[in-house]
Design a protein around this ligand. Structure first.
Ligand code: PLP
Length: 410
């Protein structure tokens, strides 16, 4: 008799997983302080009081001298590309697997987005593909830290230097990451972070551009604050920057994020340790393969955690059935969390999209990768065993779930 939860058996996990976001009395105090101060909005002409503190602390924490707070991660990417003078006629190279904003931010500048395949092992941008995609028109490369993983940032940095193009890191999912002794966000000319609801630090929404260039920081500031140039050294032919938006961050967001920043290290350590433990244990199960990670990525956390699934070891069980069965067992599994860029990105305004006919690595990942959300990794080590047990259980009874062979296991 099967004991699968999907067939009425007891689920492996009955306890809830940690909820997200995490907050406490410190966040309440921070919000109250801003409320009572009456300074609620974004700084106009200069960063507001909480914004300034947050920009400084966050940038320093990520190995950068300057931080420019903005309203969202998408805004961070848009502003960063504008600060790199990306516009119509320029090309921006992005990976096939990422959230749409990586590509749409480039389209919003009027540039052409060139989509390249990911590496089969890391599911992040494949450097060889980037090299092939570079033309005389390439102005920027946007590597994305996805699935708690990293592309080869040393090679990308080298390539960008050789070709004289901008490296704009999409760190929306990479708070506190470290590659080769350098913090994510400090390897490119700019790093772009998101503080949207599900991210490792959140104020519901929010974004940040990190950089070590004063000139870039001042340009980013002017672009996000309706063109206001706050440092006279960078005035260009008048007071206002020409291409601008209102992408300001409020003091409420900044105050919350200052508290969230204090929680970052402890949470990263916990998620990383659980992620490494789970990957070791999952390697014991044939048909399940955790992503490979380069040892130069010394600090990371999964957003989301991802493993490859080979149905042939699970009696041919389709991936959707696996995901459904794991959910019934109390494991919040999903398929890849967003469709690939080559399917979703549509040219608009002036922007164009260059896609190849095939993206074998990304296509394979879309078919074969299972994901688990970040907050699960804030649980204890023993909780990771529930994930292993649930996968093993579904494997044991896979035959019972197969749409064409129901109820035949003994
Ligand atoms: C890889 C990546 N880039 C960019 C973004 C955009 O960030 P936001 O949602 O804050 O605009 C996200 C977040 O959803 C993301 O995951």
């Amino acid at each position: 008799m099967t004991t699968l939860a999907l067939k009425g058996g007891e689920p492996v996990r009955k306890k809830p997983w940690p909820s997200w976001p995490i907050w406490g009395v410190e966040e309440l105090k921070a919000l109250e302080e801003v409320l009572k101060s009456g300074y609620w909005g974004g700084g106009v002409g200069e960063s507001g009081p909480w914004e300034t503190m947050f920009e400084t602390s966050f940038a320093r924490r990520h190995g950068c001298k300057y931080g420019v707070a903005v309203s969202t991660g998408t805004a961070a990417l848009h502003v960063a590309l504008l600060a790199a003078d990306v516009g119509p006629g320029d090309e921006v190279v992005v990976p096939a697997l990422t959230y749409w904003a990586t590509g749409s931010a480039a389209l919003m500048t009027g540039a052409t987005v060139v989509i390249v395949d990911v590496d089969t092992e890391t599911l992040c941008m494949d450097v060889t593909e980037v090299e092939k995609a570079i033309t005389e028109k390439t102005k920027a490369i946007i590597p994305v830290y996805n699935y708690g993983n990293s592309p080869d940032m040393d090679e990308l940095r080298k390539l960008a230097d050789e070709k004289g193009i901008f490296l704009v890191e999409d760190c929306a999912r990479a708070h506190g990451f470290q590659w080769g002794g350098k913090w994510a966000g400090s390897i490119g000319e700019m790093g772009c972070f998101s503080f949207q609801q599900g991210k490792f630090m959140t104020a519901g929404e929010g974004g940040m551009i990190t950089t070590n260039s004063e000139e870039i920081a001042e340009k980013c500031y002017a672009i996000k604050d309706c063109g206001r140039v706050r440092n006279a050294t960078y005035l260009e032919g008048g007071r206002y920057w020409l291409n601008w938006f209102n992408y300001r961050m409020t003091q409420f967001q900044a105050a919350l994020l200052l508290v969230q920043l204090k929680r970052l290290d402890e949470q990263l350590e916990r998620r990383q340790a659980n992620c490494e433990y789970l990957s070791n244990r999952l390697s014991e199960i044939e048909g399940v393969e955790p992503l490979k990670r380069d040892s130069r990525l010394s600090k990371f956390q999964p957003w989301p955690y991802a493993f490859k699934y080979d149905a042939s070891f699970f009696d041919g069980l389709p991936i959707d059935c696996l995901v459904e069965a794991l959910r019934a067992e109390g494991i919040p599994a999903s398929r890849i969390d967003h469709p690939p860029l080559y399917e979703t990105l549509r040219p608009w305004h002036l922007g164009k999209v260059v896609r190849k006919n095939r993206y074998p690595a990304a296509e394979n990942a879309v078919e074969k990768v299972v994901t688990i959300p970040q907050q699960v990794f804030l649980a204890g080590r023993e909780d990771m065993d529930d994930i292993v047990e649930a996968i093993s259980k579904v494997k044991r009874y896979a035959r019972d779930l197969h749409p064409e062979r129901q109820g035949t296991s003994t």
